[in-house]
Design a protein around this ligand. Structure first.
Ligand code: GLC
Length: 448
């Protein structure tokens, strides 16, 4: 484990003045860039989306079939951590409780927890330990929504939103008791598992079709944030409590550019699934290719952000083969290319990104990385790079890439050839054959 004191010093030293300062420690986060999201709960048994209770409008009685039979006998968190670490991921964010309300740890405030299922044990602690053993940072996802708590009231997301009897009963519920439960569980999560690096609450929403939404007043967000900061001042908090937060978390889409709030760049992370749903979904066929996934990671870093990629382990505790295959292939790419990801960020505006490429830049080593999405014939023209590059190589095998500064461009105007020189462009001479890697990267050692 890294000492938090060490990272706090880095925050001060390495902080980019263009980026909105975070209250929590974001220095490790903007270095590490790549994390694993884990969605695991009773919905893994339904194997058809983590929202199935709401989608199928299931009451508690019906949904209890899962609680009675949840028995992940093949659960091996060490294997999960190994896979993630070999894929090049540096942190994890695990669902402690999802919207269904089921808790993976042995909470003192509810009986709706893993210890009371056939699993018969706390499933969160061994996960935290296994990832820490791999030197990975630990994050908790915690659902603000709760479809099990006896004082959680009806809203547009609730499974029983169309049930008149429940709507009536809801009026007699005391939401303050749920709020107290939310705060008490937060306290447990931040006192029982050592130093937690990130907290991902999910989520606030507006009223809809005559039913009230829920937001910061309901969650008691301000008081909750005070509690969090008092227990773990270094923690990075996401933005779904409606009180700001350290990190902005666009979900299932790729931002066009560095994410901004009121015109100011922020620390951000986009979270994505392999196939569309977060929880294990047996019959889903819309799996992303390895190439898409690697490009999503590069895209995020090229805009100054992080990628949090999700797995939905099944109810026996295993990771889907389709996720394993993809994680291993991403790892193969990361083994040779992580230098263009860790510690990297958006390239300074003075460098133009060439066609079909993405740039990332490491300010500490002063190296630029050209990710070539579509391999062109023989040359890549880098506008604005002439005079700035000392040496160039392919990152996968450290083979030299020769270059020329200034290019002669000839064009035919009115039937006559004209030549013009472009002194600002640097021209790379690349092999005709694309290197046999998912996305080739050219590493440029810039002049100091
Ligand atoms: C959404 C969904 C949820 C998922 C989350 C991940 O808010 O409600 O199922 O856990 O996104 O960010």
């Amino acid at each position: 484990m890294k000492e938090s004191g060490e990272s706090m010093t880095m925050t001060m030293k390495d902080h980019d003045p263009e980026v909105l300062q975070t209250t929590g420690d974001s220095a490790w986060f903007t270095q590490d860039r790549f994390g694993l999201f884990i969605h695991w709960g009773l919905y893994s048994m339904g194997a058809r989306h983590e929202w199935l209770q709401s989608r199928e409008r299931m009451g508690l009685e019906k949904y209890s079939k899962y609680f009675k039979r949840f028995d992940p006998d093949l659960y091996d968190p060490h294997m999960w951590a190994e896979l993630a670490s070999e894929a090049g991921m540096r942190y994890m964010v695990a669902t402690t409780k999802h919207h269904e309300g089921f808790c993976l740890w042995d909470s003192a405030h509810t009986g709706y927890k893993a210890t009371n299922t056939p699993a018969g044990r706390d499933l969160l602690s061994p996960m935290v330990d296994a990832f820490r053993e791999r030197d990975m940072r630990i994050g908790f996802y915690h659902s603000l929504i709760d479809w099990h708590h006896p004082h959680y009231t009806v809203d547009p997301k609730h499974p029983l939103r169309f049930d008149q009897q429940f709507i009536e009963e809801s009026k007699r519920r005391d939401f303050a008791q749920y709020r107290a439960y939310l705060h008490a569980q937060t306290k447990e999560l931040l006192t029982r598992f050592g130093s937690i690096d990130l907290l991902f609450y999910d989520f606030s929403f507006p009223e809809e079709a005559g039913l009230p939404g829920k937001g910061k007043e309901d969650w008691g967000s301000e008081e909750l944030v005070r509690l969090i900061r008092s227990l773990q001042p270094q923690i990075l908090l996401n933005d779904r409590l409606q009180t700001g937060g350290d990190i902005t978390t666009p979900e299932q889409y790729m931002p066009k550019e560095w994410v901004k709030l009121n015109g100011k760049k922020v620390v951000w992370e986009t979270c994505h699934t392999f196939s569309g749903s977060w929880g294990y979904y047996r019959d889903e066929e819309s799996w992303k290719s390895v190439e898409s996934l690697v490009k999503m990671l590069i895209d995020a870093v090229s805009k100054g952000g992080n990628l949090l990629l999700n797995i939905g382990p099944n109810a026996r505790g295993e990771i889907d083969e389709r996720s394993i295959d993809r994680l291993k292939s991403i790892g193969k790419w990361m083994k040779r290319h992580s230098r263009s990801i860790y510690g990297c960020t958006e390239a300074p505006g003075t460098f133009d990104c060439p066609q079909d490429c993405r740039l990332t830049y490491n300010p500490s080593t002063n190296r630029m990385y050209v990710h070539v999405y579509s391999w062109p014939f023989k040359n890549i023209h880098l506008k604005g790079f002439a005079g700035k590059v000392e040496y160039a190589q392919l990152l996968n095998d450290a083979s030299e890439i020769k270059f020329k500064e200034g290019v002669v461009e000839s064009s035919m105007i009115d039937g006559a050839y004209r030549e013009s020189r472009d002194e600002s462009t640097l021209m790379l001479s690349i092999p005709v054959k694309k290197p046999d890697v998912t996305v080739p990267v050219i590493e440029l050692f810039l002049k100091s």
